[in-house]
Design a protein around this ligand. Sequence first.
Ligand SMILES: *[C@@H]1O[C@H](CO)[C@@H](O)[C@H](O)[C@H]1NC(C)=O
Ligand SMILES: *[C@@H]1O[C@H](CO)[C@@H](O)[C@H](O)[C@H]1NC(C)=O
Ligand SMILES: *[C@@H]1O[C@H](CO)[C@@H](O)[C@H](O)[C@H]1NC(C)=O
Ligand SMILES: *[C@@H]1O[C@H](CO)[C@@H](O)[C@H](O)[C@H]1NC(C)=O
Ligand SMILES: *[C@@H]1O[C@H](CO)[C@@H](O)[C@H](O)[C@H]1NC(C)=O
Length: 363
Amino acid sequence: MHQKLPMRNKSRSCCTKCLLGTLLYVFVLVLLLFVIVFVIIPVVFKYSIGIQRNIIFPSWLIQPKNYSDIEALGIKGVQNFYVTVDREDIPSHTSVEKNVTLGVWQILPYEILSELIDNEEYNYEGVLNNGNYSILMYLHGNGMDRTGGIETYEVLRKQFHIFAVDYRGYGDSSMAEMTETHIVEDMVQFYKWLMKRTNSKIFIWGHSLGTGVGTHLLANLKKENISSMGLILETPFTSVTDVMITHPIIKVFSFLPWFRTTLIDPMVSNDFNFESKKYILDVDCPIMILHAKDDTIIPHKFATELYNIAVNNRNGDYQGNITYHLFDAGRGYDHFFIYRAPELPNYIDNFVTECEIFEKKIQ
Ligand SMILES: *[C@@H]1O[C@H](CO)[C@@H](O)[C@H](O)[C@H]1NC(C)=O
Ligand SMILES: *[C@@H]1O[C@H](CO)[C@@H](O)[C@H](O)[C@H]1NC(C)=O
Ligand SMILES: *[C@@H]1O[C@H](CO)[C@@H](O)[C@H](O)[C@H]1NC(C)=O
Ligand SMILES: *[C@@H]1O[C@H](CO)[C@@H](O)[C@H](O)[C@H]1NC(C)=O
Ligand SMILES: *[C@@H]1O[C@H](CO)[C@@H](O)[C@H](O)[C@H]1NC(C)=O
């Protein structure tokens, strides 16, 4: 007994050491984890334009496909073609490519489609010239290519002759440097390409990130005294950083003193912010906003905020009115299914009529 006691004491102090060791180990592990999550990740993010670009433009997630194989992709009456935009605005000493080729789908209006016989050679260019149908330039979201809106096109082609274009870096368009400025300027050139070939009225439809492209595009066209007939924003937002700040994953970081400088500000300085709340003030045509209350990707409060900014700061008399349709949550339209709304064709009809009235008024 007497001999065992010291041993027991020894083992007890050993155990205390074990416990202390374990605690220290856990502490170091937690500290390391904290440093990795809250220091290294934000700092790497701040300095990696590549990571920021791949998050805002996840075009690498999209399956490559044969964009000419129209029927296999699930639509009819579509011509696949390519437009090379000459970016004269880019100084020749920069490494950025001046000529960018964009993949385009020309989606015939439903009325013509019903006359079209399968596989027959069709004069697509003739339709563009004849001016009988209003044109809709469709700007897709960041996780899609020009095939992403097929269900929406089937609804919209009842009223429009659609041109859906892939941004640089998307689909089989040129793999040129993706920034907001470059994408929007490519679209300015594509808009002018359309204007040169048709007398039809041109409307612009943006979905998700495409609403940021469309709003900025119209603000840039205004500088050249070009105005469109109307702008339709499906699931818009106020700016990319506004949406980021409220994202559940990003919110976890918001207590950090370096939150803004590492995670938010670089998105602005690297030209990824798509600040629609600023550009919408320079949109000089009627606007229609569509959003669903159950949108899980862009909460509808951003559309409401954009609407309020536009209503309070644009002049309806010479810039056109703005209309907002917010669909109830129970309908399950979320971020991608507003095309299912039975009242959508009616909303579009009313909007087109409003745009025509507005155009006559300002002329
Ligand atoms: C893509 O599809 C078109 C139309 O079906 C076909 O003519 C062409 O050969 C295909 N291209 C490739 C690379 O498979
Ligand atoms: C860019 O396109 C324009 C017009 O299409 C052409 O004149 C010019 O040579 C092209 N430049 C390059 C570098 O390919
Ligand atoms: C355009 O519309 C006019 C009037 O409805 C019609 O006479 C003409 O044939 C149409 N043109 C084409 C190419 O469809
Ligand atoms: C746009 O129109 C205004 C007023 O008519 C004119 O002063 C300005 O020079 C025009 N700008 C361009 C780029 O054509
Ligand atoms: C724009 O809104 C005003 C005020 O609500 C209304 O009086 C006007 O008719 C609208 N304009 C058009 C073209 O719908």
